[in-house]
Design a protein around this ligand. Structure first.
Ligand code: NAD
Length: 302
């Protein structure tokens, strides 16, 4: 591959738009496609050459990056574009999708004579804009090495997690820890409140004791102890509850498909799904504490 590989970027939404813009800033020639006119206009303003179709965008590209809402769309789009890409093109899927779908997508790419890695991200829209995303990558050593410089133009921490699908596996395992731990921290604060314990006092103890975790010390669900958290700003995200619902749904699929006895992971998926379905998907995921508090009050008055 030359020093400036040509990139096709498909899916120029909240994440893909700024990620593609960072590739342009790093000197990559980027051709993009997204069916939404507003995304096309922003991409043009960011120096991306907007193609009329996805097929047109991938013709002549050395690397194809996809950033789409779900696995069904990724597989459907791969079926469309794999035959149009030149042989040995590297396909990088950064969407968050099922592990099984990621492995299937890589398999289809290889069967069509190409190379593939899954490279989902964490860091949200702010990380995408700042070029500080974390990438979790699944694929061969060789394909990872080819993808790495490109990913470094969009992110700060790039971790090779093993073979195809392992990037998605790392992402859902991490977010399952996060979802469960946020619920645990929220339940502890609500119990503390019921017992007359000041939130700050509980924070001062738990953050210096064995209850310490990221959900407590970096995304504390009550206002006060950590002034920068979404709890201090009416739970504006941050990491939206709708995305936690999606990621825990993917984790639950993988738990069931692999026969893992994970009662907390499955329960966390149910609680976030209910919270999202009740119209709270746009709030930060730490707002789950308000649901726990409200339900606890209802129980008391019975
Ligand atoms: P988004 O809906 O803003 O963007 C997705 C884009 O894909 C849309 O603009 C849509 O028009 C486009 N698209 C759909 N079908 C297409 C096709 N066939 N060809 C080209 N473009 C197509 O979503 P987003 O927030 O950018 O998220 C993208 C992915 O990143 C998701 O899988 C999400 O789970 C993951 N993710 C999002 C965040 C976040 O904070 N938003 C964080 C981490 C991971």
């Amino acid at each position: 591959m030359s020093t400036s590989p040509t990139v096709a970027f498909l899916g120029l939404g909240h994440m893909g738009g700024p990620m593609a813009a960072n590739l342009v800033k790093a000197g990559y020639p980027v051709t993009g496609f997204d069916p939404v006119p507003a995304a096309q206009e922003q991409a043009t303003a960011d120096g991306i050459t907007v193609a009329a179709t996805a097929v047109e965008a991938v013709q002549g590209a050395d690397v194809v990056v996809t950033m789409l809402p779900n696995g069904k769309l990724v597989l459907g789009l791969y079926d469309e574009i794999l035959p149009a890409a030149k042989p040995n093109t590297l396909f990088v899927d950064s969407s968050t999708i099922d592990v099984a779908d990621a492995r299937e997508a890589a398999e289809r790419a290889r069967a069509a004579g190409h190379r593939a890695v899954d490279a989902p991200v964490s860091g949200g829209v702010a990380g995408a804009a700042a070029g500080t995303l974390a990438f979790m990558v699944g694929g061969s050593e060789e394909d990872f090495a080819t993808a790495q410089p490109l990913l470094e133009a969009m992110g700060r921490k790039i971790v090779h997690c093993g073979g195809s699908g392992n990037g998605q596996a790392a992402k859902i395992c991490n977010n399952m820890i996060l979802g469960i731990s946020m619920i645990a921290i929220s339940e502890a604060f609500v119990l503390g409140e019921k017992l007359g314990l000041d939130n700050q006092a509980l924070f001062d103890v738990a953050s210096n004791a064995s209850g310490q975790c990221w959900a407590l010390t970096s995304n504390c669900p009550v206002p006060g102890p950590v002034p920068t958290t979404p709890a201090n700003n009416d739970y504006q995200p941050g990491f939206a509850a709708a995305l936690m619902d999606k990621d825990l749904g993917l984790a639950a699929n993988a738990l069931r498909a692999n026969g893992v006895e994970a009662e907390l992971g499955l329960r966390a998926a149910e609680l976030y799904h209910r919270f999202n379905e009740s119209g709270n998907g746009g709030l930060d995921f730490s707002a789950i504490i308000t649901d726990i508090r409200n339900r606890s009050t209802e129980e008391d008055t019975k």
